[in-house]
Design a protein around this ligand. Structure first.
Ligand SMILES: [Zn+2]
Length: 338
């Protein structure tokens, strides 16, 4: 089979790789239907994270079950399945508490930009659809495996409620999916912070009621002006930088909530600033598995279409161009078809 390997910052190659094999009785092998490049894949691509030895890439997937280990009974070969970037047994105490991203047997996916993928903890991780969905729904279901699940977590962690005001910091795929989540959860006002015209348009399509183009202190000022000087009920931080985190903390009203889901890179929060930001804080890797059945339903019933975050589709063999386009911000998110 073939798949993506990263060798160094800016150097992603499409190569012939060994076919994945069942290593544990709890594994499954899937044939990739569609996969994609994540905003977080850009951290090593841009040299913001060390690459180390050459390794495969990708953690988002939907596909067809090829083979299952002897302990896997929940899915069978031929079924179309959706999973999460963090695998989970779905039975341990953390899973039962709804935090499958903290599963005691968690393994992060990292080989998904390939024709075939080994899924550890397949029994707890994979959710099969009743029938094979139409191809037009695959991008939306793929989004559910990471960015839509993470956007949902951002809104959930920020306690978005019917009638509330929600702010989204970050206009990447997760931030845009955060807008969808806030609308689905009934927020009355959804303020998307973005300077890019195409992303503003998509944010509005997804349910944003207001756009703020300012950033940093000026962005916070605008949010305060728009909320009677008080701040927003819920703020979703979907970037992972110190600037975005400060903006989020300062944009929430006293007693409001911040959900932070951007993978942090050298984020530093000043203790005093934190002390004087009387907000609820919750974040981390999204417990996507908890949301999968519900989000799959919303996509299949065409209530939401998070697949619209993919604005570039390339054959898997052009994966290198997929990274480049996102790095240069020519694309929000690249869909890859084997
Ligand atoms: Zn678990």
């Amino acid at each position: 089979m073939h798949g993506a390997m990263i060798y160094a910052p800016g150097d992603v190659r499409f190569e012939s790789l060994d076919d994945p094999k069942i290593l544990q009785p709890t594994d499954a092998i899937i044939r990739t239907a569609v996969t994609c490049v994540c905003g977080s894949d850009l951290w090593p691509y841009r040299g913001a994270e060390p690459v180390g030895a050459p390794h495969p890439m990708g953690h988002e997937y939907v596909g067809f079950v090829e083979e299952v280990g002897s302990a896997v009974t929940s899915v069978t070969p031929g079924q179309f399945v959706v999973g999460s970037f963090a695998t989970s047994d779905n039975t341990c105490v953390n899973c039962q508490n709804g935090f499958q991203s903290g599963c005691l047997h968690r393994e992060f996916m990292s080989t998904c930009q390939a024709d075939y993928v080994r899924i550890p903890n397949a029994q707890g991780t994979l959710v099969a659809t009743d029938e094979v969905p139409g191809e037009e729904l695959w991008p939306g279901l793929l989004a559910v495996s990471d960015v839509m699940g993470t956007g949902w977590w951002a809104a959930d962690a920020a306690e978005v409620k019917p009638g509330s005001t929600a702010v989204v910091v970050g206009d990447g795929a997760v931030g845009l999916c955060g807008v969808i989540a806030a609308r689905e959860m009934g927020a009355e006002r959804i303020i998307a912070m973005t300077r890019h015209e195409s992303r503003q348009k998509l944010a509005r399509e997804f349910g944003a009621t207001d756009i703020v183009t300012e950033r940093g202190d000026e962005g916070v000022e605008r949010i305060k002006e728009m909320t009677g000087g008080i701040g927003a009920d819920s703020v979703m931080e979907c970037v992972g930088t110190s600037e975005a985190m400060r903006q989020a903390l300062q944009s929430a009203r006293p007693g409001g909530d911040v959900g932070f889901v951007g993978v942090p890179h050298e984020v530093a929060v000043d203790g005093e600033e934190l002390f004087f930001s009387p907000v609820g804080l919750r974040g981390g890797p999204a417990p996507v598995r908890r949301y999968l059945p519900d989000l799959i339903d919303r996509v299949l019933s065409r209530r939401i279409d998070p697949g619209k975050v993919f604005d570039l589709t390339l054959p898997l063999e052009q994966v290198a161009e997929g990274y480049k386009a996102m790095d240069e911000r020519r694309a929000v998110k690249t869909l890859l078809t084997p």
